[in-house]
Design a protein around this ligand. Structure first.
Ligand code: OOG
Ligand code: NI
Length: 456
């Protein structure tokens, strides 16, 4: 087969993320309401703040804003995780980052499947936060074995999905028609099933150990548990959620509101109680699915991240038990120590930037200047913040907990095990910091090379 007839993985991901969003809107009508609210606030924000609109347009962020989102799933076995890795690879999504949630009392560890190159990110940055249940952390051997036996019986992939994944691997991609079939088949894995695979007693026993275990073990597949559009003003969306009929999470996770946004701020509407049919003709309910919103800022370097982690830790006591507004206020006071202008963030190497030549830079025939600060001062080069494309473990734990009724088990803590996760995945996860650093370094090199040629 000639390669020209294959569609790009970016294109398949774009189709898949749209199909997933349509499915979730049909399954969870509140998510549709959330999308409308986010669109409305984004529109108002861009109208009010033309500088922001111009910046986003110049950074190719405006065109992806409407399609940008992430989702999350939870799987039960190494085989499921390894197959998902192959499924996501068809769409140009690769495992980035390792997140240990045991630290926060949730018995999972996770990665994010996402595009990694610039072109893929700007086309559609769809990411899926994927967690693997850690049965080994369940204390009761009977319950552990019962859960493992139930999981061993299910196949979360359709035969069609398995075939198309293998086909994509052997021919190096999919044709247009195969891609459409792949999207339809892959979607089946993430669909909600109102029929549990177990009886109510089993469900309740697993639920009593941890609500998340029941969520992963008792259903036919890893239903998508939320989708998350990107907002330009998370404080405003949080404020408007109740009037739109949504039960908003108590506080916004992540850093406070800032002039130069950093990393990621997130909030959600709480999971809905949904009627569920159990074996033995028993009716019950299950609470798992919710909607989330996120506001993204610049990616931080290791140094910036250490400062973020330290300040977040320092804020914990001061924000404990506060309602969102007071919480944000207290957080902002602690974060006053974090520089809030692009020049300082760059100079102190707290955040990652991408360097580009300005029009003047492209026309330059000035000397052999290699100092980027000097080139910026001369107006030949600009530095723009690189958007953070990943997740935050403390925030993720907050999102998990608010949707698990605050369930937390401290006995799970202290069990980070990246090697075990990678063994289950069948691959190593890419270090997210290295990706941003490479992008920054490559942009620097390109700019200096161009100037060097211009001045040679
Ligand atoms: C995942 C929660 C984490 C995020 O945005 O940090 C997450 C889950 O509840 O399965 O999605
Ligand atoms: Ni999320």
């Amino acid at each position: 087969m000639s390669t020209t007839s294959l569609v790009s993985p970016d294109d398949i991901r774009d189709r898949f993320s749209k199909a997933m969003s349509a499915m979730y809107q049909a399954e969870v009508p509140q998510y549709e309401t959330l999308l409308k609210l986010v669109e409305e606030v984004n529109r108002e924000t861009l109208e009010r703040d033309s500088a922001l609109a111009e910046r986003l347009a110049a950074h190719d962020e405006l065109n992806r804003l409407g399609v940008e989102r992430h989702g999350a799933i939870r799987v039960g076995t190494a085989e499921e995780l390894a197959m998902l890795r192959r499924l996501f690879a068809v769409m140009g999504m690769h495992p980035v980052g390792y997140y240990d949630l045991s630290e926060a009392g949730v018995p999972v560890h996770s990665t994010a499947f996402r595009p990694i190159d610039d072109a893929g990110l700007s086309r559609n940055p769809f990411r899926v936060f994927t967690s693997l249940l850690r049965l080994e952390l369940i204390e009761s051997p009977t319950l552990r074995e019962r859960a493992a036996a139930i999981l061993a019986e299910r196949d979360i992939f359709t035969a069609g999905a398995r075939e198309l994944i293998a086909l994509s691997e052997s021919q190096g991609g999919l044709s247009d028609e195969q891609a459409d079939r792949f999207v339809a088949e892959a979607l089946e894995t993430f669909r909600w099933h109102r029929n549990a695979t177990v009886d109510l007693d089993t469900y309740e026993a697993l639920h009593a150990e941890h609500r998340l275990i029941a969520d992963v073990v008792c259903f036919r597949g890893p239903h998508i548990n939320h989708l998350t559009p990107r907002t330009l003003d998370i404080d405003e969306v949080q404020k408007r959620m109740p009037a739109a009929g949504m039960n908003a999470k108590d506080i916004i996770e992540g850093p406070p509101r800032r002039h130069c946004p950093i990393l990621l701020r997130q909030t959600s509407f709480k999971a809905l109680e949904e009627p569920t049919h159990f074996k033995g003709e028993r009716q019950g309910t299950h609470t798992a699915r919710f909607g989330e919103i996120e506001q993204r800022g610049v990616a931080l370097t290791g140094k910036g991240r250490a400062l973020y982690d330290r300040l977040l830790g320092a804020s914990r006591e001061k924000t404990q038990g506060l309602a969102n507004e007071a919480h944000q206020q207290a957080l902002a006071e602690v974060f006053a120590e974090f520089p809030d202008d692009e020049a300082t963030l760059r100079r102190e190497e707290l955040a990652f930037f991408e360097y580009r030549l300005t029009d003047a830079g492209r026309a330059a025939d000035a000397g052999h200047e290699t100092n980027l600060d000097a080139l910026i001062a001369q107006g030949l080069v600009t530095a723009r913040p690189i958007t953070y494309e990943d997740f935050l473990p403390v925030s993720a734990a907050g999102i998990f907990q608010s949707n698990l009724g605050g369930a937390q088990n401290d006995a799970y803590a202290g069990h980070a095990n990246r090697e075990a996760f990678e063994a289950a995945l069948g691959a190593s996860v890419t270090d997210e910091l290295a990706l941003y650093a490479e992008r920054e370094a490559a942009s620097k090199e390109k700019v200096l090379k161009r100037l060097d040629r211009a001045t040679a």
